[in-house]
Design a protein. Structure first.
Length: 164
């Protein structure tokens, strides 16, 4: 494990890039839908909003200090993309988006080259958010993603099995 580097809420420079990480969120950091908000008291919603602000501030500070082009690693994919929409028609959350607000707001503001996430197992593939290529790298041993970057541009992005 000597070649593994934890980038959770850290900025690590390597190979001419800054790698910035954010994780441990499995949905929007602040509830968006009425049925989700109902689970909280007014005080609980205030606390959620404060915690979201702290998370965003932590990650934004890392981006503000970036010295190279950024590759952003996020546990969850960015909110309101084709990578975070619930597509199971039997789910009570069908059609809802459950990605990360922090990741979406960071991408909207800083436009890193790429954001690599996961969590939403059903959305293996990519989506563009402004100039950022957002990737859901898949889940499990049966899926693989190849990302090749050359001269600060994505030279190749392939998914197996091919879906996109």
């Amino acid at each position: 494990m000597k070649n593994v580097v934890d980038v959770y809420h850290r900025r690590v420079s390597a190979h001419g890039f800054d790698f910035i990480g954010h994780g441990i969120t499995s949905g929007p950091e602040y509830p968006q839908y009425p049925e989700d908000k109902k689970r909280f008291t007014v005080a609980g919603l205030k606390k959620q909003k404060k915690e979201y602000g702290k998370l965003y501030g932590t990650v934004a500070d890392l981006f503000d200090r970036a010295q190279h082009q950024v590759i952003y690693l996020s546990h969850n994919v960015p909110y309101n993309t084709k990578l975070d929409e619930i597509t199971n028609k039997e789910s009570p959350k069908y059609g809802y988006h459950y990605g990360s607000f922090v990741s979406r707001k960071i991408i909207d503001k800083y436009q890193p080259l790429v954001c690599i996430g996961g969590h939403m197992h059903e959305h293996f593939g990519k989506d563009m958010v402004g100039k950022t290529t957002a990737i859901n790298a898949g889940f499990g041993s049966e899926v693989n993603t190849l990302l090749e970057i050359e001269n600060s541009k994505i030279k190749k992005l392939e998914f197996w099995p091919k879906k996109y």
